[in-house]
Design a protein around this ligand. Structure first.
Ligand SMILES: NC(=O)c1ccc[n+]([C@@H]2O[C@H](COP(=O)([O-])OP(=O)(O)OC[C@H]3O[C@@H](n4cnc5c(N)ncnc54)[C@H](OP(=O)(O)O)[C@@H]3O)[C@@H](O)[C@H]2O)c1
Length: 273
């Protein structure tokens, strides 16, 4: 079981994970079996990664004990309905990455005592820089959690959380790449506004963001301390920060994340009802 995995749904996230598994030698290509409804997509995955492919979800469940559900939340109920008769709680361990679906959503639909781990990765998985939050289902064991932790380390960092934090995780790190991209876009436009060529502005903005994160991590200082280091009395930085504060930038970010959190809760309620 530890050497092979079955993936149901061969979309974007599945591909990012397959790439990570192969590059980090978590699974060999011949031990990864993916079911995917679209023929062209199956051919693409087989050609690009030499993994095993099938159009049958049931074949995946029959041939693999470790199962990763990577379909959209909207189709999850029908997938569970299709596979439930073949799931054996003694053998199968199910990992789901679907946003918004609670552990109880699966446990209600699958055989009693099915072992399940819920994972919330983010799109940075494509470059192995995801942060994946993992939460244990009612019947999953500590060993199951450790196994899933090891698997998701292939695509970045992993944090163990209680399931009640998943809407907050979705609002911060799940949607986060979009917020950071928006801020970067604004930084680049700012550079252009003061006369920098766009490509130069882009390089300066991206590298400054990467460098700041690296500095905060390496120095173990908090963001406030780093900000203070750059902000000399009467200088340029404090002039800019004055505008950020006056226009309510920190409050905007907090409210935006809170709104994503509320939206995630609402979507979860709709999907789980
Ligand atoms: N992308 C992200 O940033 C992100 C982050 C965290 C979590 N997630 C979660 O990851 C999951 C997958 O997301 P994604 O972005 O990879 O979506 P995606 O690219 O749409 O992948 C889903 C794949 O599943 C296939 N599929 C549809 N119905 C199926 C069925 N009945 N049986 C087997 N496969 C089926 C889809 O084929 P069709 O194209 O024919 O529908 C598609 O190839 C979602 O539940 C999402 O919530 C995504």
């Amino acid at each position: 079981m530890k050497n092979s995995i079955g993936i149901i749904g061969g979309g974007q996230m599945a591909e990012a994970l397959i790439k990570g598994f192969l590059e980090k030698n978590i699974f060999l290509k011949e031990n990864i079996l993916v079911s995917e409804p679209i023929k062209e997509r199956r051919e693409y995955l087989a050609q690009s990664y030499q993994v095993q492919i099938t159009s049958s979800n049931l074949e995946v469940v029959e041939k693999r004990e470790l199962l990763l559900l990577a379909v959209k939340p909207q189709v999850m109920a029908s997938v569970l309905e299709e596979i439930k008769s073949k799931i054996e709680s003694k053998h199968h361990l199910i990992i789901t990455i679907a946003a918004g679906l609670s552990i109880s959503f699966y446990e209600k639909r699958l055989p009693e005592k099915t072992r399940l781990i819920r994972v919330m990765p983010n799109t940075c998985a494509l470059v192995h820089r995801s942060i994946s939050a993992i939460a244990k289902g009612t019947f999953a064991t500590e060993d199951d959690l450790s196994l899933v932790e090891k698997i998701f380390l292939a695509i970045g960092e992993v944090v163990r959380v209680e399931e009640r934090y998943m809407d907050g995780v979705t609002a911060l790190s799940g949607s986060g790449p979009a917020y950071v991209a928006l801020f970067l876009e604004a930084l680049i436009d700012g550079g252009v506004k003061v006369g920098l060529p766009r490509d130069l502005s882009e390089k300066l903005a991206l590298t400054t963001l990467e460098g700041t994160v690296a500095l905060i991590k390496a120095s173990k200082k908090n963001p406030y301390e780093i900000k203070a280091m750059v902000t000399s009395p009467g200088g340029t930085t404090i002039s800019a920060l004055e505008i950020f504060y006056r226009e309510g930038f920190p409050g905007i970010v907090i409210s935006a994340i809170n709104q994503a959190f509320e939206r995630s809760k609402k979507l979860s309620q709709n999907l789980n009802s």
